[in-house]
Design a protein around this ligand. Structure first.
Ligand code: 13P
Ligand code: ZN
Length: 294
């Protein structure tokens, strides 16, 4: 007979001690301190390595825990067959994941064909994976195809990016150029640019599919009126990308607000961005480095 409280405690300790679990909780807490996670705003996921999946199996065996029942995924992700993901629970407050990791986080595993999932450990009070699970999985699929070591997805609601999405033409080119021209660091954080999806229903398949399409090319995608989703090889990488983009958006908006109708006297020019691209070998898309679309 499984002692439920003891099992929950063991899973909480396991998640808090696993480097990927600790990293996730620290990043979410830091994001919440910065105001990027009102209420349950935002969600996270991490694709486990094979050795990490074995550690999860060992904990389940130790606790004699069965997996949840197989459930159909809303999307098919054959490239992710047999993979496992640590994900935040729907409705969980990102700043408080570490107060109840076994409830507010869980690991889901996919079947061999990538069409069904089941809960492996976590979500211990009957919780469910984030409402954006389909989007996370489609994006993981796109990210894995582009960068096999890209394992982290981080979604947050920073004010600056939501406001930016109200003020700038909603194309990757316009958004990327606004951000690149705000600070010298921005093009370093996202040399490939930033993807954009229009205002779509949170948790919808439409948002999931549109995001995954953008993430085939970009490692950050702006969700109009909603927030930002960033990919990374590590938590620091994903968090750092979010942070750099939030800063660039804040500088862009502050400059615009101060300048009003006046011309901004000192700007980052296209020529300067091209020089950065050349000297630092950033591989930025040339079309984004010119004022006229070609
Ligand atoms: P979840 O609580 O379901 O993860 O939703 C939060 C969110 O930000 C949806 O976009
Ligand atoms: Zn959201």
């Amino acid at each position: 007979m499984v002692d439920v409280a003891a099992a929950e405690q063991r899973i909480a300790t396991f998640l808090a001690e696993a480097p990927y679990g600790r990293g996730l909780m620290d990043m979410a807490a830091e994001g919440a301190r910065r105001g990027w996670h009102e209420a349950n705003g935002g969600n996270v996921s991490y694709r486990l390595r094979a050795a990490e999946r074995s550690e999860v199996e060992a904990v389940r065996a130790e606790l004699d825990l069965a997996c949840g029942l197989w459930e159909d995924l809303a999307v098919a992700v054959p490239e992710l067959g047999s993979e496992a993901f640590l994900v935040s629970a729907a409705g969980s407050f990102m700043g408080r994941l570490d107060q109840a990791p076994a409830r507010r986080l869980g690991i889901v595993e996919l079947d061999e064909s990538g069409v069904r999932f089941r809960i492996s450990i976590g979500f211990s009070d009957g919780g469910r994976p984030t409402s954006e699970l389909a989007g996370h999985l489609l994006i993981h699929s796109a990210q894995k195809a582009r960068d096999r070591e890209g394992r982290v997805l981080y979604h947050a609601h920073p004010n600056e990016l939501i406001v930016l999405s109200k003020m700038v033409e909603l194309t990757p080119r316009a958004v990327t150029r606004a951000l690149w021209k705000a600070t010298t660091e921005c093009i370093l954080a996202v040399p490939e640019g930033v993807g954009v999806v229009p205002c779509l229903v949170p948790g919808s398949l439409e948002l999931a599919r549109a995001s995954a399409e953008q993430m085939e090319r970009f490692r950050a995608v702006l969700w109009a009126q909603h927030g930002l989703l960033c990919a990374g090889s590590t938590w620091e990488d994903a968090f750092g990308r979010m942070d750099s983009l939030v800063k660039a958006a804040a500088v862009h908006l502050a400059t615009r607000a101060l300048a009003g109708e006046a011309v901004v006297p000192n700007v980052i020019t296209d020529g300067f961005l091209r020089a950065m691209n050349e000297q630092l070998h950033l591989g930025a898309d040339d079309a984004f480095l010119r004022s006229e679309d070609k």
